[in-house]
Design a protein around this ligand. Structure first.
Ligand code: SF4
Ligand code: SF4
Length: 203
């Protein structure tokens, strides 16, 4: 088994957390993430996703001082800072999965780096950045344009507990299941634009 095949091997949720996601995934995601931390204006239109361990939005905005230490600590360059003019909430950190997704690093680097408690250290199994939703009309598997597409499921670090490829009548495509942690790797790797799977904040 070559290195790529090794990294792409499916791991179940138990093994994922047991083996430590960063050690399994870092090599795979190297080079696949956008290292440019400049937020494109068009990217600001999407839902606001905070880094893992973030307090509720109101508390988060009260506590975050916009130091950017979490962004500096992120090994995947997944945390970007909102430009000042975009928000009254100063340079607050945000994840835009289509640019760079959270890799659920086993160092929990961003949470540990936050000096104000806006991000708190939580168990990696309790991370919930948001929830993925699949748009069946634009998904090329569901709409039949490319029934073989399963990039989202292939790149999900959680596996079948979070996303499954299912068949319904003559159709086939992904559905999101209860173990989704909102990391955004499915959105990042979806080949469709606008993305057919996107992460939305928890309600
Ligand atoms: S956001 Fe996507 S890749 Fe991440 S756990 Fe949920 S379904 Fe899997
Ligand atoms: S990667 Fe995107 S287009 Fe492909 S099956 Fe997943 S949601 Fe559909």
């Amino acid at each position: 088994m070559n290195k790529m095949e090794e990294n792409e091997k499916k791991i179940d949720r138990k093994d994922f957390f047991k083996e430590g996601p960063l050690s399994l995934l870092r090599a795979f995601f190297e080079g696949s993430q956008n290292e440019d931390t400049t937020i494109q204006k068009s990217s600001l239109d999407g839902p606001i996703l905070r880094p893992p361990g973030a307090k509720t939005e109101v508390d988060f905005l009260n506590l975050c001082e916009g130091s950017g230490l979490c962004a500096e600590a992120c090994p995947a360059n997944a945390i970007l800072l909102l430009p000042e003019e975009s928000d009254t909430s100063r340079f607050t950190p945000r994840i835009i999965p289509s640019d760079s997704a959270c890799v659920l690093c086993d160092d929990l680097s961003c949470m540990k780096s936050c000096p104000t408690g806006a991000l708190t250290i939580i168990d990696i199994r309790k991370i919930s950045i948001g929830i993925a939703k699949v748009e069946k009309e634009t998904c090329i598997a569901w709409n039949g344009k490319d029934k073989s597409c399963k990039a989202c499921a292939t790149h999900c670090p959680v596996g079948k507990d979070a996303i499954e490829i299912v068949t319904e009548s003559e159709e086939i495509g992904p559905i999101i299941t209860q173990g989704c942690v909102g990391c955004g790797l499915c959105e990042h790797h979806c080949p469709v634009y606008p993305k057919a799977v996107q992460i939305f904040p928890n309600e």
